[in-house]
Design a protein around this ligand. Structure first.
Ligand code: PLP
Length: 387
């Protein structure tokens, strides 16, 4: 008999990798617009600082919470850019946002606790919540109003078992950057029902056209009940580095570290020096990377809006366009399957992000050069025109 898996493996939903799994192993010249993997290289000064740290012998165990220089740089950045009154002692450095969110769920969720996810949702959060024995509960975003937050749609999903709301802002997959008024509505619900908020802000630097990003932790009554999570992953093109953080009230840090130290002891020491360079280095570098994303966004949005049956509002942030394809008569999965087979372009189906995502496709414009995006748009245009 093979060894028996624990119930947390057999009794939780099977992880679904969507179109990425379907495209795996396919021959031919595919253009991948399904994965949120930045096309840019990590900026030079970040690599140099990391190499210097490696050469200087920063190869040993270090501070379990994260090296003090990095926690200091993150706290200063959160104060300066996000308006969060953060102290270095309130930062836990993590292996990307993935570890930050899993540690947050493990530290605060008991079996049977309910967690509200705004749908369309980021699918990776679901599996982690289930591994804690907790129950993901979907509350719809307001599709008729550009997938905005409407507390009236969320309130009916709150029960006496609800413990937490997960907020992804800017939102993957919709590209929305929530306004202060929307966040205030959510914050009022959290305060009224005494709920925690796990705020996944991994795209917080990637906003366009001057749209401001507001961290929900800065709203009245929210600081002590919010865990603010972010990472170097997207904005600094550091996805393979696995470097991120949690900001939490100081009283919550020991509990979070019970998880992070059990999982990985601490994050790779010399890589953390690269994180310091990212946050303290020239600001133009980040501005250039975000402007390149904006150029890619503009190309994709203008090209997609010329395709019959497709409506593509300009996302306010993230590296994704969220296009309404109901006018094509195809379901989101049919459209993606056929685009893969017939056009060699890989998108993600809206239904992958929950039932509220049906009728949409998500197009990652951050993962290809302008030239390759142009070719992808030519292929998609031919496909939709031939329907
Ligand atoms: C909303 C969201 N959260 C978390 C992650 C994972 O981030 P990381 O690579 O830092 O673990 C992603 C990556 O696509 C994401 O889109």
């Amino acid at each position: 008999m093979p060894p028996r898996f624990a119930k947390r493996i057999t009794e939780t939903s099977k992880k679904n990798f969507g179109m990425f799994a379907k495209a795996l192993g396919r021959e031919g010249d595919l253009i991948h617009l399904e994965l949120g993997m930045p096309v840019e290289d990590t900026p030079r000064h970040i690599k140099d600082a990391t190499i210097a740290a490696l050469n200087a012998g920063h190869v040993h165990y270090s501070d379990l919470q994260g090296i003090p220089e990095l926690r200091g740089a993150i706290a200063a950045k959160l104060k300066r850019d996000n308006g969060i009154d953060a102290e270095p002692g309130e930062i836990v450095v993590t292996n990307g946002l993935t570890q930050a969110s899993f540690a947050s769920f493990l530290a605060f969720l008991d079996p049977g606790d309910e967690v509200i996810l705004l749908s369309p949702y980021y699918p990776q959060h679901i599996g982690k919540i289930e591994l804690c024995g907790a129950v993901p509960v979907l509350a719809p975003l307001d599709a008729a109003n550009g997938f905005s937050i409407d507390p009236a749609l969320i309130a009916p999903r709150i029960t006496d078992r609800t413990r937490m709301i997960v907020l992804v802002n800017p939102c993957n997959p919709t590209g929305r950057v929530y306004s202060r008024a929307e966040l205030e509505g959510l914050a009022e619900l959290a305060v009224a029902h005494d709920l925690m908020v796990v705020a996944d802000e991994v795209y917080h630097q990637i906003t366009f056209d001057g749209v401001p990003h507001v961290s929900i932790a800065t709203l009245p009554g929210m600081r002590g009940r919010t865990l603010t999570l972010s990472a170097f992953t997207k904005a600094y093109a550091m996805d393979g580095w696995r470097l991120g953080w949690i900001h939490a009230d100081a009283s919550l840090v020991p509990g979070l570290m019970k998880i992070t130290t059990s999982e990985v002891t601490h994050v790779n020491t010399f890589i953390q020096h690269g994180g310091v360079a990212a946050l303290t280095g020239p600001e133009e570098v980040l501005a250039r990377l975000v402007d390149e994303d904006r150029q890619r966004r503009d190309l994709v949005v203008s090209r997609m809006n010329q395709m019959p049956g497709v409506r593509c509002p300009a996302p306010e942030g993230t590296i994704y366009a969220w296009a309404d394809i109901t006018g094509t008569g195809l379901t989101s999965q049919e459209a993606c399957d056929r685009l893969l087979d017939e056009a060699g372009v890989v998108l993600e189906a809206g239904s992958f992000y929950g039932p509220e995502g049906e009728g949409h496709v998500r197009v990652c414009f951050g993962s290809q050069t302008l030239e390759r995006l142009d070719v992808a748009m030519d292929r998609m245009s031919r496909f939709f025109n031939a329907l």
